[in-house]
Design a protein around this ligand. Sequence first.
Ligand code: PMP
Length: 398
Amino acid sequence: MFKHLKAVPGDPLLALIVAHQQDPNPKKVDLGVGVYKDDQGRTPILTSVKKAEAIMVTNEETKAYQGVYGAADFAPLTQTLLLGGDSDVVKQGRIQSSQTPGGTGALKVAADFISANLKGARLFVSDPTWGNHTSIFGSAGVEVVEYPYYDAATNDVRFDEMMAFLDAEMKEGDVLLLHACCHNPTGVDLQLEHWHALTDFVNQRNVLPLIDAAYQGFGDGLDADMAGLRHMAERVPNMLIANSFSKNFGIYRDRCGGLSIIAESAEEARNAFSIVGQAIRANYSMPPAHGATVVYTIMNDPELRRLWESEVTEMRNRINGLRSKMVQKLAASGVSKDFSFIEKQRGMFSYSGLTFEQVRTLRSEYAIYIADTGRMSIAGVSDSNIDYLCESIAKVVG
Ligand code: PMP
């Protein structure tokens, strides 16, 4: 039955993690993996999460199924986190939200919903984007088109080119995927004025924005990171938001995220949401409860919420602090290239501008593991490896 099947290559990033694990070099550095790490290289469980779990163990009364949308109390919490406490969209009941298994689950449901109900719609994604965007929408039968985004020469967004391309290529009803903040893989974000221009474009062309919010809190703050998304959400008739709680609650393996749908009226939102429910049922039936209960418990306990917010701040400050330190240390090590852009990038990742050859030399000669594209996971930098890392980069770059 399976004789004709040929093995497919695994995810190169996972292969990079394995290669790092197997490397006996004591100085080895892993800048591949996309999870937050502390200065000791651990991905700890947040204290707020541990405390919430203790409460849950005591209070949990059943493991009976929950509904396709997850816990009912979860939707308002997701909406307030994403859109803030004073959103007209929320007040008007124009948004409906479902709990999903991670941001990936939200994107998969969105892809199935689009494929089945918005016939012929194409998905426009940034060049580059998170690789799974293409896989998820491709496997749902949605054509994926890349728009210009990252400019390697300036380490910035090539916004004029992006807008010219979208203007020339996007048709009414197509879907525009934007990263809310902390763009993966580049770390280069849209600025607020870009969101303003994109909002006008969405309204003029009548396209559907799909916002991927996987790193809320990792850029400039829980609210600041949503500024662009909020501007757009309050001014467009329709929007989909796929959000993830994996990073900001550190509950990666518990699989918790959300899919929100904004429509022109409360009734339209309810109707569309009922169809989202069908897509969920046909996918995984209903989401897991544990991660969502953690998030819910934290958000509804003022003390735990304060603790969680301080833990998010700590993670964000560590990453942004490492960005500044790297820029200083690279400059001090006499490297010829200007790396100051690393400090302006946001989130877990940085497109470093290192070439394929430089990345491979760093791997083979210095046991420094960076993705072939030059994407570095900044959380893998620590006080104990930053000098070695920057000196090695300086040697390889010259
Ligand atoms: N979107 C982006 C841009 C991501 O980087 C990720 C996680 N790497 C996700 C979505 C999915 O997150 P989750 O682990 O919650 O499925």
